[in-house]
Design a protein around this ligand. Sequence first.
Ligand code: PMP
Length: 377
Amino acid sequence: MAMSCHDLAVPGIKSLKPYQPGKPISELEREYGVSNIIKLASNENPLGPSPMAQKAISDSLADLALYPDGNGFGLKQALSARHEVAQDSITLGNGSNDVIVLLAEAFLQPGSEAVYSQYAFAAYPIAVQCTGATARVAACNSSSSPAPMGHDLDAMAELISARTRLVFIANPNNPTGTWLPAGALRRFLQAAPDHVIVVVDEAYWDYVEEPDYPDTTQWLADFPNLVVTRTFSKAFGLAGLRVGYSISSPEIADLLNRVRQPFNTSIPAQVAALAALSDHEHMSRSVKSNCDGLQQLSAGFKDLGIDYVPSVCNFILADMQRPVADIFEALLRAGIIVRPVGNYGLPNHLRISVGLPEENTRFLGALESIMAGLAPA
Ligand code: PMP
């Protein structure tokens, strides 16, 4: 009997469920014929990119016939100054998602294991499964914890075995918006055995203002097996360019470099990221706007009697106490894209990215009318 191409694929890929991105604005326009759409679905910066980054991109257009600097010298130099680490500790990625995949490729294979938490960022299961390694998923914090649904580091530590090579910790985590304080994370790293690489994913780092929230890039000298990932997609407002990075020991960076595509960050991405790093004004406006937006959305949810997970990120996870398909659909018809998170095993939750004040107001108003029209849960 003839084999289908599906049969030829490696086992991890055959059973893979692809990442489900937020609905793009253009798709909603096409499908629903609505205009004046707001997208609160992909944790993007509603202020847009830094004007300095935009100028750097325009200035780079004449160079686009050339390949980018495969080593990203200028950007790495700036990152090395910012984090006070050697340039050979930095690995650039096509978004930090790319670095997550490089880590999986470099350290996992069939027979090895990776540990992450229930409700952790969706890229971890995909990256792990592609390698044929086994995922060990730790139960999350209980609803009575101060970080409900967040990572339970003790439960994660218990899943570490002789076969574990990678542990993924999102701090803070998407889609829960929960975070881990310095003490607990340091204790976890101290106890982690030498054969385990601990990846601390700090995609939302710039937004977090809690006094006890760590900058783990400062801990690299203490923990040779620590890898910290960061991105320009969130507070820096450059999601469309795809640029992120990891900081690790030079030894780990060298391994990642062996699997990295030589030109995985483009010329516009490198110059824009470099310019964005020095636009402190845009960063503080972005963080302030997000902080106000988190308060606005939280207060709105309280008024509507909707439970939510307290968040330090640029989104909030709301528990609608019923399957969300109808609410999601009604919001789409009102021109508002949010994110259902059934793919995380949370069919009753919606994740709402923080928008501009008027966008948050419009979302809360639409939600209020939709809920008024629903039968009680
Ligand atoms: N880590 C976390 C926790 C995220 O939420 C995201 C984006 N959704 C990423 C990493 C990857 O972002 P990017 O590839 O755009 O850097």
